[in-house]
Design a protein around this ligand. Structure first.
Ligand code: RIB
Ligand code: CA
Length: 317
């Protein structure tokens, strides 16, 4: 039986790759996609989720619901300078040879329910909640019914930086920095929690060569949305490729042996200042989560190459 998964995301280029991997993996059954403010506004994130499903054309097609448009208490921070003003690297403005938009707004409507209601409705022992953006929707669901949320088999979070530098400030990773209070409330709720932090995701890079050779409509979509993120990452991180942070949450759900995990007593800084959004292990504290500290880059990229980019997993040709 495929594992039921609810994906809460802020598409977002790597969110798009995560959705593609999830929907191209028969081991998983996405039951809903929830949009949250993060890389782009929640309106754009929701519209992008619908566009991504148009490209993937899954059957059955999971509903897309819109969630929180701002963090619990901090002012909004975005990542438009990384993921583009549209959240998809400008791909929503690309036109084909006939002049029509290559990725037009979807004709499929949003689910009328709020994302928090879908997250609560889906909570059961057979379902995993994958959080690929700031945890605002998840925290609001916990506030509404923490006991119901504890029914989730697992909450897997792309977020945090425990023993490595942040990517928004030297100390903080974006999803946590964007809403640190949301993580603090989720940590206190007693869910079965696994972090896929920068400690693991920063070692996995999709190279320009792989992107250039990606095949099929999904390969072209990946190339179309990735150009800006690739250029930004090459310049900002000085590496030859782009990170695919969120896709590693799906890779973990497909095969956790791809990661080296440790039990941690995870804590987050919520005080204003240089440490805002910092995540750390409190030595001697009671473990409240697992965190991935290493990832098998070759095997993870093989999954993306074969299932999303239509490339042979053992090489780019
Ligand atoms: O720090 C990486 C995370 O921030 C990813 O989820 C990316 O999509 C951005 O939201
Ligand atoms: Ca994301």
């Amino acid at each position: 039986m495929p594992r039921r998964i609810l994906i809460d995301a802020d598409p977002g280029v790597d969110d798009a790759l995560a959705l593609a991997l999830a929907l191209r993996s028969p081991e998983l059954s996405p039951v809903a996609v929830c949009a949250v403010n993060g890389n782009a506004s929640v309106e754009k994130a929701a519209a992008n989720a619908l566009r991504i499903l148009d490209v993937l054309n899954p059957s059955p097609r999971p509903p897309v619901a819109k969630g929180a448009d701002q963090p619990l208490s901090r002012p909004r921070v975005g990542a438009e300078h990384v993921h583009g003003g549209d959240g998809l690297g400008g791909a929503t403005e690309l036109r084909g040879q006939n002049g029509s938009l290559r990725y037009p707004p979807s004709e499929t409507p949003l689910d009328q329910r709020h994302a928090v209601d879908l997250i609560l409705d889906a909570a059961d022992e057979e379902t995993v909640l994958a959080a690929l953006g700031p945890l605002t929707n998840v925290a609001l669901a916990v506030r509404a019914d923490a006991r119901k949320m504890r029914r989730y088999a697992e909450l897997v979070v792309m977020g945090g930086a425990f023993r490595t530098s942040g990517n928004v400030t030297p100390q903080a990773e974006f999803n946590v920095y964007a809403d640190p209070h949301a993580l603090q409330e989720v940590l206190a709720a007693g869910l079965q929690l696994t972090f896929i932090p920068l400690d693991a995701t920063s070692s996995v890079l999709l190279t320009p060569q792989t992107l250039a050779e990606a095949r099929g409509s999904l390969g072209r979509f990946t190339r179309d949305i990735s150009a800006q993120l690739l250029a930004f990452t090459q310049k900002a991180a000085g590496v030859n490729g782009m990170h695919v942070h969120d896709a590693l949450v799906i890779a973990y759900l497909l095969d956790e042996s791809l990661f080296r995990l440790e039990h941690v007593c995870a804590r987050v800084e919520t005080a204003e200042g240089a440490s805002l959004g910092r995540t750390y292990h409190e030595a001697g504290g009671t473990p409240n989560a697992r965190a991935a500290f290493e990832a098998d880059e070759a095997r993870i990229l093989a999954l993306l190459k074969s299932r999303v980019l239509s490339l042979q997993p053992d090489g780019d040709r």
